[in-house]
Write a protein that binds this ligand. Structure first.
Ligand SMILES: C[S@@+](CC[C@H](N)C(=O)[O-])C[C@H]1O[C@@H](n2cnc3c(N)ncnc32)[C@H](O)[C@@H]1O
Length: 266
């Protein structure tokens, strides 16, 4: 599946994704994934940043709130329209541009940092996207990104529960399959049934890479790896937000911060 077709699927997802996430139903993102991402982020006050695969701009706005001069880029115009509406209602100086992470519409070496929240694994060629991110960074700049964890978000994946219905393990398989655009259908499971029923389920094309393929792609793009994280709920958080208690079983997300060496000219 090529990037254009991936964009068509995301175009169809955009309305439901924007509505449901703005109603607060992306509970993994809001209570765990984004807070952990921001906790690992260096000081970005006064820096120019690019948010790759920004969607409707939720995380882009959080970065702007930390003092960064943000640009968001996404392949889906409907997401960008929603992001621009939010910018009009509450201006944070964010500009939004249409484009693919695999062919960024920006000159080289113009951003101090880049982020990609849960978007690189949705691209057919994340290797190209990593090279593009490296290209648009100034030497010494960093990219921080989150992805579905390559070891535990495998094409075959089944949650195992004990007699009292508590998840205790995950059965995984097809780890090495190079799947190319296999559709995954789901919605935000925290939303009540009647809310979920009001929207179509998401259809998300999947592309699989193993952990070593991700690490090698980061290094081949020219980056050095600086920091990693596998966010999960602690006991207290799991009690407070039972919906994310299953993140204590295996890692759902992988966070990586990597840096373009100051000697890298391109
Ligand atoms: C899981 S959503 C994450 C959205 C947002 N970053 C967030 O955390 O709320 C993935 C996003 O990646 C975008 N996307 C998919 N392929 C892309 C590509 N090739 N270039 C840019 N954005 C892309 C989708 O349109 C969607 O907005």
């Amino acid at each position: 599946m090529d990037t254009r077709e991936v964009g068509l699927y995301w175009r169809r997802n955009a309305h439901a994704w924007t509505a449901l996430s703005r109603q607060g139903w992306d509970v993994y993102r809001d209570t765990l994934n984004t807070p952990a991402f921001l906790a690992m982020l260096p000081n970005i006050d006064g820096q120019s940043g690019l948010d790759i695969g920004c969607g409707e701009g939720h995380n882009t706005r959080l970065l702007a709130g930390r003092g960064a001069r943000m640009t968001g880029v996404d392949i889906v115009p409907a997401f960008l329209e929603a992001a621009r509406d939010a910018e009009r209602d509450n201006p944070l100086g964010i500009r939004y541009a249409a484009g693919s992470g695999e062919l960024l519409p920006f000159a080289s070496r113009q951003f101090d940092f880049a982020t990609a929240f849960m978007s690189l694994m949705d691209m057919p060629a994340p290797e190209t996207a990593l090279r593009e991110a490296c290209r648009v960074l100034r030497p010494g700049g960093f990219l921080q990104f989150s992805i579905s964890h390559p070891c535990y978000s495998t094409p075959h994946r089944r949650q195992l529960k004990n007699e009292s219905g508590q998840p205790y393990a995950v059965e995984i398989g097809r780890y090495f399959d190079r799947i190319d655009g296999e559709l995954e259908r789901w919605t935000f499971s925290a939303a009540p049934q009647e809310t979920r029923a009001a929207y179509p389920v998401f259809e998300i094309p999947r592309f699989n890479r193993t952990l070593s393929e991700w690490l090698n792609a980061i290094l081949d793009a020219g980056f050095t790896i600086e920091r990693t994280a596998e966010p999960h709920a602690d006991e207290e958080m799991a009690r407070r937000v039972p919906h994310i208690a299953d993140t204590r079983v295996v890692a759902y997300f992988l966070h990586v911060r990597c840096r373009k060496p100051s000697w890298l000219p391109r």
